[in-house]
Design a protein around this ligand. Structure first.
Ligand SMILES: NC(=O)c1ccc[n+]([C@@H]2O[C@H](COP(=O)([O-])OP(=O)(O)OC[C@H]3O[C@@H](n4cnc5c(N)ncnc54)[C@H](O)[C@@H]3O)[C@@H](O)[C@H]2O)c1
Length: 490
């Protein structure tokens, strides 16, 4: 049975938490006094489903159920994890946490999404305040991995550790803030930027669109992979960080490093920002902007994944955990072609011809090869992998949106470094052949970065399967070359 978590508040952030928990297989009990919450949270979960279809092909657990309840007490009944995302008002949060904590089991973790309120003050009226922590996420919660954890004076370390484990399981990256400080680390940085952005707009130095351009065409691109300090280290050149700091030391005395002016939020400033923001949005609705934002975030995270950096490294670890936790594929017997991978053709895979774009066939075969490597026991974390060095793809039928497909895999041969593989992609409904891929894989010692012989125990497992598969009929398309010449009859 799926584990149940409680959410208090289902606005922008609570809705994002609902999506992350539900898509990771948790049942969610949510309390929000707003009668419209059910609709807005459901819309948020839909956004997240769309984003996850693009984000990963790893086997997510079956979705959890989302239930809205009438009181905070009902939400927290018998759950071991509570995430509070009510409005940012200290008195309201303190009262809500106090009441909910009285109704919860004593060791249930209580985490608050507050952007900057101090945990010592929030936990003050709770029963068992030791199980409280701030857990500050970023919007959209279902895509951005960062969550800042900060305990108060009465929080015990075990609470932070338990909360961090829960968030890691959701594909997130906990950052433990060791010193209790207003607005933690990330919001202090964001506030500094925001304060200055408002001043620039208030003083007519720049419009809101120009401020955004100053971020997104420059440092904003760097920040996702390197943050600030590592970027500056590189900017110091060969001489590194000390040189950079010495060079820029005198600048710390210049007036612009001491900017702290906060413009007053007058009606005039508010009108100006709203008008400029309307012009910047160019008539695009919030829904449209959310989709553009999510698609771009997914692309950035995928880019980072290929370099094992930042949020991309977090996604890669999350996917490895999902594959490891997935139930073993049925019928993975070695005495028939292996059935190790299935896929559903996603609407966004479809090109202008009405069937899946050709890159998606290679993606499905690549995933089947990954499944094969897991099946034979390649120890990816142990520095051993197979790289694909050659692929011959044949298209036989069309894969249309929503169709369920399955790959069968036959090992045609191997030696100590190479593995000769033949995949067939079938429609699950009627068994029709859709495509085939013949591949040569090369064993690589990933730590040394070169081809190498596979370990004897791995070769033994491969040899057993290759031996059994040798008795199967050779696939008709095996060994074909791309050619205009008439096909030679076998
Ligand atoms: N918006 C962000 O970018 C962001 C980022 C990180 C953290 N946060 C923090 O998350 C929390 C929620 O912010 P938000 O942006 O989702 O605000 P929001 O206004 O979108 O949502 C707040 C929700 O809480 C509900 N609510 C009101 N009273 C409640 C109560 N007594 N019990 C339970 N729910 C109640 C409201 O109906 C609303 O749906 C705040 O603490 C905020 O600082 C916000």
């Amino acid at each position: 049975m799926a584990e149940t978590v409680a959410l208090l508040g289902g606005g922008v952030i609570g809705g994002g938490w609902a999506a992350r928990f539900v898509l990771n297989g948790f049942d969610v009990r949510l309390y929000d006094p707003d009668p419209d919450a059910e609709r807005t949270v459901a819309a948020m979960v839909d956004n997240a489903r769309r984003a996850y279809r693009r984000l990963t092909l790893a086997p997510l657990p079956a979705e959890g159920a989302l239930t809205l309840v009438a009181t905070p007490e009902e939400a927290v009944q018998d759950v071991s994890f509570v995430q509070e995302s009510a409005p940012e008002r200290e008195e309201l949060k303190r009262g809500l946490l106090a009441a909910a904590s009285r109704a919860a089991v004593p060791d249930a973790i209580f985490a608050s999404s507050t952007s900057g309120l101090l945990p010592t003050r929030l936990q003050a009226a709770m029963t068992h305040p030791e199980r409280f922590t701030v857990a500050h996420p970023f919007n959209p919660v279902y895509l951005l991995p960062l969550v800042e954890l900060c305990g108060g004076e009465r929080t015990v370390p075990e609470t932070i550790e338990r909360a961090a484990d829960v968030y890691r399981g959701l594909g997130m990256r906990p950052l433990i803030v060791r010193t209790e400080v207003d607005a933690f680390v990330a919001d202090r940085l964001l506030e500094a930027l925001w304060r200055e952005a408002l001043w620039l707009v208030a003083e007519d130095v720049a419009t809101v669109a120009e401020v955004d351009d100053a971020i997104r065409f420059g440092a904003g691109l760097r920040w996702a992979s390197m943050g600030s300090f590592l970027s500056y280290r590189i900017a110091g050149g060969e001489a590194g960080m000390r040189h950079f700091m010495e060079q820029f030391g005198p600048a710390l005395e210049l007036p612009w490093t001491k900017l702290t002016a906060v413009p007053e939020l007058t009606d005039e400033l508010l009108d100006k920002i709203v008008a400029q923001s309307d012009a910047q949005a160019g008539g695009r609705s919030i829904g449209e902007l959310e989709r553009v934002r999510d698609d771009c975030l997914v692309s950035v995270i995928h880019g980072l994944r290929s370099h094992d950096q930042g949020a991309g490294a977090v996604l890669a670890a999350y996917e490895r955990a999902l594959f490891a936790a997935a139930p073993a594929a049925p019928a993975a017997e070695d005495d028939a072609p292996l059935r190790l991978h299935t896929a559903v053709v996603q609407p966004e895979w479809i090109d202008y011809n009405g069937h899946a774009h050709e890159s998606r066939y290679l993606q499905m075969f690549g995933d089947a090869t990954d499944a094969l490597l897991r099946h034979v026991g390649v120890d990816l974390d142990g520095g051993s992998s197979y790289f694909t060095v050659e692929t011959h793809l044949s298209h036989v039928g069309e894969a249309r949106a929503g169709e369920r497909l399955g790959v069968t895999t036959q090992l045609l041969g191997h030696d100590e470094k190479r593995l000769h593989v033949f995949h067939s992609l079938h429609r699950s409904d009627d068994g029709a052949l859709v495509a085939t891929a013949e591949q040569m894989l090369l064993h690589v010692d990933t730590r040394a970065g070169r081809a190498s012989a596979a370990a004897p125990e791995l070769l033994e497992r491969i040899a057993r399967i290759t031996g059994v598969h040798a008795a199967l009929p050779r696939p008709e398309r095996a060994g074909r070359a791309v050619s205009l010449a008439p096909r030679a009859r076998r």
